[in-house]
Design a protein around this ligand. Structure first.
Ligand code: SF4
Length: 420
């Protein structure tokens, strides 16, 4: 029995717990999961452990994922675990271990054990870390997936939309950057070198059987996502989305939870159209975006760029946003960069949720009241990043006003208008 089976039978037990966190009626959440418009990532292997569950999808708060993971150049599993914990502490709803250094299995087990939020991974990396592209066999793709699922990951990115046909569309495109998804690029190169079809696509029924057994949520990866605004919304991206839409339908038929990943880099005036058309193509499955980044010229500030794009995308229906750190496109991020990126993405999500959800602006109104009363401790408690808020305000040395205007504080002048 999967969560979708429960939802379709109207069994509310699991939904009651999550609905309470999500501030939604259990029956409504149950219907959303039954229809595939929302997912609750949780591997049954982890169901007896205390997990901070979350629901992702329509009518729910926009959720935030943080990526961590070792690289071939920086192998520090303890450091990556610290980043995962920092992300959880900063309010990320999920974390993905994208490790491609050594000892992938022990690193992911460490991350799964070390955090209480759901954990996702990308199984396609593993065969390519251990072998040359041409030596990777079809069964390596599935063996890796099986190992990730059995280790207890709650959701897996599967780049099943990178097929012989969609790669042909890509080769005909006039892209500047080709493929920028790591999993997409490895898979496309494997297809080119072997002439074989992507095993995750060809054997998608087996993928579904594996995920169903442990009730693991599939995140259909956007292996052909645009890597710069020039490449956005082209035929290659669209051809992959059409394949993903078909795979969503097949996953739903057998009761496997599924969401779909999307771009990437998109000019800001095309984000609304991009999100809405994607939602339609993938049958209203939850949409999971990296950013999107609406400009390519700000390395070092891509956490800000992605937050701007994420707020617009969230407002128009993106359900799940992956953080982009200041190190994006440049280097492996530091722990502080991961923490800061989670906060920025939470801000973007909240801005979107103010538009999407009726009650969301109550938080802003509370902050406005605290400001109107010059109640500094309340402002700090209400802040999305109370630590940074307190640190900066400390420079005002405990005065009732802040050091920006001193006694000419506009709020104080207005508060005292009746005193003179
Ligand atoms: S001193 Fe100026 S900046 Fe500070 S709270 Fe008053 S009006 Fe705002």
């Amino acid at each position: 029995m999967t969560l979708v089976d429960d939802a379709r039978k109207g069994l509310l037990t699991t939904f009651e717990k999550v609905a309470l966190i999500e501030n939604i009626e259990p029956r409504k959440l149950c219907k959303l999961v039954a229809s595939g418009r929302a997912v609750i990532p949780l591997n049954v292997k982890n169901s007896d452990r205390e997990r901070k569950l979350c629901a992702i999808g329509e009518g729910l708060k926009t959720k935030v994922n943080a990526n961590i993971g070792t690289s071939p150049m920086v192998f520090d599993p303890e450091g990556e675990l610290r980043k995962a914990k920092a992300a959880e502490q900063a309010g990320a709803h999920t974390v993905m271990d994208l490790s491609i250094g050594k000892e992938l299995r022990s690193v992911r087990r460490k991350i799964i054990k070390g955090v209480s939020i759901p954990v996702g991974t990308v199984p396609v990396y593993e065969p390519f870390v251990n072998k040359q592209v041409a030596d990777v066999g079809e069964d390596d793709f599935l063996k890796s997936l099986e190992s990730h699922i059995k280790d207890g990951v709650d959701f897996v990115t599967i780049h099943a939309g990178v097929t012989r046909e969609t790669v042909t569309h890509l080769k005909k495109s006039n892209r500047i950057l080709g493929i920028v998804s790591r999993g997409g690029s490895l898979t496309a190169r494997w297809i080119e070198e072997t002439g074989l079809e992507n095993p995750y696509y060809k054997e998608f029924d087996t993928v579904l059987d594996m995920c169903r057994e442990y009730d693991v949520t599939i995140s259909l990866g956007d292996g052909l996502r645009p890597g710069c605004i020039h490449d956005a919304s082209d035929g290659a991206e669209l051809s992959e989305q059409i394949v993903l839409g078909e795979l969503v339908r097949r996953a739903r038929e057998v009761g496997v939870q599924v969401m779909v990943e999307g771009p990437g880099h998109v000019p800001i005036d095309r984000i609304a159209c991009s999100v809405r058309s994607m939602k339609r193509i993938v049958h209203n499955a939850p949409i999971y975006l990296l950013g999107p980044l609406p400009t390519d010229i700000a390395p070092g500030y891509d956490h800000v760029v992605a937050a701007i794009g994420g707020a617009v995308a969230g407002m128009h229906g993106a359900d799940f946003i992956c953080v982009c750190t200041a190190s994006e496109h440049l280097a492996l991020p530091t722990e502080e960069e991961v923490r800061e990126a989670v906060i920025l993405t939470r801000i973007a999500s909240h801005i979107a949720d103010i538009v999407k959800l009726e009650d969301e602006r109550k938080w802003d109104d509370e902050m406005a009241h605290a400001r109107a009363e010059l109640n500094w401790s309340r402002q700090i408690n209400l802040a999305i990043d109370p630590v940074k808020t307190a640190q900066i305000h400390a420079r005002s040395k405990g005065e009732d006003v802040c050091s920006m205007c001193g006694e000419l504080c506009a709020i104080k002048q207005w508060l005292r208008r009746d005193e003179s």
